[in-house]
Design a protein around this ligand. Structure first.
Ligand code: URA
Length: 248
């Protein structure tokens, strides 16, 4: 990340103020004075401003494998919510979920305090792919229906209509209890979109699990449900690449 961006992200002033400080030789990186605001640094570098070490680890990135029956919210008086899975020492870090999964959807939920990344991951502009494993009842998908999904289509329901962007659908192995399963990859994130797409084609989703987002994956099975862990560097790079933030 650029030196000026990292300092600004660390709450040390606007980008122009920190650039000023850098230009005037007030910043050292690993013991060397750096006057180039675009100098590449990582959170592991030792950065001093006017001789005082600063703590750069302001942006935090986690993955929660959300269980079914958990609300995507940081607080709820009645129901279990994702905040219950965040360790107490992180409670002051202003973390929040990136988008939302329905109460009855399990799987991959990113949790961060990086507002810019969160915004971009949810923006239709970046068309970030998200793959859902849907267990459903009803007829299996026909070739015609799959082609409709691939082309994009309109859902018309009780006086409103909504355009569904082109997506991809692939049948996969049935569930243990013999229900059909399919993988649906969307590049947008409308409310209840997967369930509404299935309903449009007269299929009912019995269980839904998000298993992939921009190449970051969780297991298809439920074995890691409830696990909260930091993203790896490779996973973070996938997210930054998908949202045009690499090299910032
Ligand atoms: N689509 C849905 O219907 N539910 C989710 O939780 C996510 C996508």
């Amino acid at each position: 990340m650029r030196l000026d961006r990292l300092l600004a992200n660390s709450g040390l002033g606007t980008r122009s103020r920190v650039r000023d400080k850098i230009n005037h030789g007030g910043v050292t990186v690993n013991g060397t004075v750096i006057t180039d605001a675009a100098f590449h640094v990582t959170e592991d570098d030792s950065i001093l401003i006017d001789g005082h070490e600063i703590n750069c680890k302001t942006h935090l990135y986690y993955l929660l494998d959300k269980p079914d029956g958990v609300l995507t919210a940081m607080e709820d008086k009645r129901l279990p919510c994702v905040a219950d899975y965040i360790p107490s020492e992180l409670k002051s870090k202003k973390l929040s979920p990136v988008g939302r999964l329905d109460y009855h959807t399990s799987g991959l939920l990113l949790i961060t305090n990086d507002g810019e990344l969160s915004h971009r991951l949810q923006s239709p502009r970046y068309e970030v792919p998200k793959t859902y494993l849907a267990t459903f009842s009803g007829q299996d998908w026909t070739e015609n229906e799959i082609n409709t999904i691939v082309s994009g289509f309109t859902i018309r329901d009780k006086g409103y209509s909504e355009q569904i962007a082109p997506a991809a659908l692939e049948m996969t192995d049935p569930s243990d209890d013999g229900l059909s399963r399919a993988l649906l990859t969307l590049h947008e994130g409308k409310t209840h979109e997967v369930r509404r797409i299935f309903a449009h084609f007269n299929k009912e989703v019995a269980a839904l699990r998000r298993i992939e987002l921009a190449g970051v994956k969780v297991s298809r099975e439920l074995d890691s449900c409830g696990r909260f862990r930091p993203l790896t560097d490779d996973e973070l790079r996938l997210l930054f690449d998908a949202t045009g933030m690499s090299g910032n």
